[in-house]
Design a protein. Structure first.
Length: 255
C-alpha cells in the first residue's frame, strides 16, 4: 500500500504543480496583454446597459493603462474623462490593498441634473480593503451643478489613502483663474458621526477686486457638527494682524 500511495501522492503533486504553473502563466498573460484589458472594460460597458461608454484602450494591467475617454451618464449625472492614464501595484492585492501609484487625467467634466431628493449622509463609508492613491493629477476639472454656473479648476492634485477606518487626504490642491488657489489636508472617519479634522490654505482672487489676503482655515469635529476657525494672513513682509474668526457649523445651520 505504501508504494502506490507514494506514487499517487507524487502524481497529485505533479498535477498540482502543473495547475499552479498554468495559473501563473495565465496571470502573466493577463497582465501582459492589452486584449484582456479591452475585454474586461467591454464587459463592464455591456453590464452597464449603455450607462458606461469607453473609448480607445492601450497598455496592460502590469505596465499601466491609457484610455482615450470614459463617460458615465444616467438620470442624475453625466461624467466625462478624457486622456486617462493609470498605473497600479497588482501585487498589493495579496495584502488586501488597492494601490494606485499614478492616475493622470487630461480633462474631467461633471454635469449634475436637478434632484428632488434631500441631501443625506450615507449610512457608511466603509471599504472592503485598504486603498492608497499615491498621485492623482487632473489638468482641467469642470463641475456644472444644476441651475448654476460651472466651476472650473486647473492643476488638481491629490494624494490620499484609506485604512483602519479612516480616510486621510495627505495633499489636495487646485487652482482657478477666476477664484485663485487652495490646498488642504484632512482626515475623515468611515462611520457615523464621521470624525473630521481639516486644515486648509487659500489665496483667493476675484475678478475686478483688489488683492485679497491669504486665508488659513481649520475645522474639527464631525461632518454634522464641527468647529470652524478662519484667519486672514498678513502679506509677506507685513506685520501679522492677529485677526481671527471662529464659529461652529452644524447640520441644519450654524450655532
Amino acid at each position: 500500500m505504501g508504494k502506490p500511495m507514494r506514487l499517487l501522492g507524487r502524481m497529485l503533486g505533479i498535477a498540482l504543480a502543473a495547475l499552479l504553473l498554468a495559473a501563473a502563466v495565465g496571470l502573466w498573460w493577463v497582465g501582459q496583454t492589452t486584449s484582456f484589458v479591452r475585454w474586461a472594460l467591454g464587459r463592464a460597458a455591456t453590464a452597464s446597459a449603455g450607462t458606461l461608454e469607453i473609448g480607445a484602450v492601450q497598455g496592460t494591467l502590469a505596465g499601466g493603462v491609457r484610455i482615450a475617454s470614459l463617460r458615465w451618464h444616467d438620470a442624475q449625472h453625466d461624467v466625462e474623462l478624457h486622456d486617462l492614464a493609470l498605473a497600479w501595484r497588482p501585487d498589493r492585492l495579496l495584502r488586501r490593498e488597492l494601490r494606485l501609484t499614478r492616475v493622470e487625467i487630461g480633462t474631467v467634466s461633471v454635469r449634475l441634473s436637478p434632484s428632488e431628493e434631500p441631501f443625506a449622509l450615507p449610512a457608511s463609508l466603509h471599504l472592503p480593503m485598504a486603498v492608497t492613491l499615491d498621485a492623482l493629477g487632473i489638468g482641467r476639472l469642470e463641475v456644472a451643478p444644476a441651475g448654476m454656473a460651472p466651476i472650473e479648476l486647473e492643476r488638481v492634485s491629490l494624494a490620499a489613502r484609506y485604512r483602519a477606518g479612516t480616510y486621510r487626504i495627505r495633499y489636495l490642491a487646485a487652482q482657478s483663474r477666476r477664484w485663485g488657489a487652495a490646498s488642504l489636508r484632512a482626515s475623515l472617519g468611515d462611520a457615523a458621526p464621521y470624525a473630521l479634522e481639516l486644515s486648509a490654505a487659500a489665496a483667493p482672487r476675484i475678478e475686478g477686486w483688489s488683492a485679497m489676503p491669504a486665508v488659513k482655515l481649520l475645522a474639527d469635529g464631525t461632518l454634522e457638527n464641527f468647529a470652524l476657525a478662519v484667519q486672514a494672513l498678513a502679506p509677506p513682509g507685513a506685520a501679522a494682524s492677529g485677526a481671527a474668526a471662529s464659529g461652529t457649523a452644524a447640520s441644519g445651520g450654524g450655532q
